[in-house]
Design a protein around this ligand. Structure first.
Ligand SMILES: Cc1cc2nc3c(=O)[nH]c(=O)nc-3n(C[C@H](O)[C@H](O)[C@H](O)COP(=O)(O)O)c2cc1C
Length: 334
């Protein structure tokens, strides 16, 4: 029997299949089923900065008895309690999940600014979370704000969260940085113990009949694996952090690829949302079969084996691959 165990954020996990932040953690009973199916840890759905500030503003409104001058801005946001009940209830739910399962439970905070809402990092820790995932999801639209200004803010945010916590911290980041390795280094220097690659940006569509913008959430496809796979392979060993791969993990082979790139864990959402919690059991069994068939004794034996750690010039290697891909396609056609 191969050893599937791995270590992520200092947590000893029985295998590399972690449930990604998603509605899969909304019900205690589902988390119990995920544990039974073999999940080694679960990341809770996110508590959003807007949700915390919304509650605070509601409180202010009652205290001051003034008109809600934030009404316009707040009207953009969905009915947050519908997704995750509300900030204070999030903590109670986290406590209940924690009591109901023995696998590690990772809390998730989703926001962009430093400020009072960050108290919730400590509250999530106090509620029993084994680690915290900080999701920095922000789409800058102001042409006057430079990437440097934004990046300093992100680093400051990571630093403030790190300083308020004892539990390990992971940062879930976007792939859209001009110098991703630089940012990965800055985040780890600011105290992130792990990096979760990547945040998935949802592109809304236009409804031409109603002339409205419609939020559009499509579940991932296995092709999406390639972006985080490539980046983890490039960062592994160069950045002192654990890597979690999220995005496009649908099969045992995807998990093997992630491990070979250098990930400590894979995180799954779409596959389980589409095909049910039971899929975890199948992926786990297939993973074990794969290791046996290819004569691996353990997951750790394959970790980083396909990374670019020993490649002197990863940028030149990437460029050569890019050129090869374009030119060989030409040759096949003509
Ligand atoms: C319905 C849904 C809800 C999600 N909610 C969150 C969330 O609250 N916080 C977060 O960090 N990621 C959230 N995600 C992103 C997932 O955690 C994951 O990173 C992404 O779906 C890519 O993984 P996948 O290919 O396995 O789906 C959500 C994804 C889906 C599909």
């Amino acid at each position: 029997m191969p050893d599937l165990s791995t270590t992520y954020l200092g947590l000893k996990l029985k295998n590399p299949l972690v449930v990604s932040a998603s509605p899969l953690s909304k019900r205690v009973e589902t988390v119990q089923r995920l544990e039974e199916a073999g999940a080694s840890a679960v990341v809770m759905y996110s508590l959003f900065e807007e949700q915390v500030t919304f509650e605070t503003r509601q409180l202010d409104h009652f205290v001051e008895r003034s008109a809600n001058h934030h009404a316009e801005a707040l009207s953009y946001f969905p009915n947050m309690p519908f997704y995750n009940f509300g900030a204070s209830t999030y903590l109670t739910h986290l406590e209940n999940v924690k009591k109901a399962v023995s696998i590690p439970v990772i809390g998730s905070l989703n926001g962009v600014s430093s400020g009072g809402w960050l108290d919730y990092a400590r509250k999530i820790e106090a509620a029993g979370a084994d680690a915290l995932e900080l999701n920095i999801y922000y789409l800058p639209t102001d042409p006057k704000i430079s990437s440097q200004t934004l990046e300093e803010n992100y680093v400051e945010l990571v630093y403030s969260v790190r300083s308020s916590l004892k539990i390990p911290l992971a940062v879930k980041l976007s792939p859209f940085f001009t110098a991703l390795p630089y940012m990965a280094r800055r985040f780890t220097e600011a105290g992130a113990n792990g990096l979760v690659l990547f945040n998935r940006f949802y592109q809304p569509d236009f409804d031409l009949e109603n002339l409205s913008v419609v939020p559009n959430l499509e579940l991932s496809t296995p092709q999406e694996l390639r972006l985080p796979l490539r980046w983890i392979a490039m960062l592994y060993g160069r950045i002192q952090a654990d890597f979690a791969l999220t995005g496009g993990v649908h099969s045992a082979q995807d998990v093997v690829k992630a491990m070979m790139a250098g990930a400590s864990v894979t995180m799954l959402a779409s596959e389980l949302l589409a095909n049910g919690v039971g899929r975890l059991k199948t992926i786990l069994a297939n993973l074990e079969h794969w290791l046996v068939a290819y004569e691996y004794d353990s997951i750790s034996q394959m970790k980083g084996s396909m990374s670019q750690l020993h490649c002197a010039e990863p940028s030149a290697f990437e460029r050569a691959n890019y050129m090869r891909a374009l030119t060989t396609f030409d040759h096949q056609l003509f």
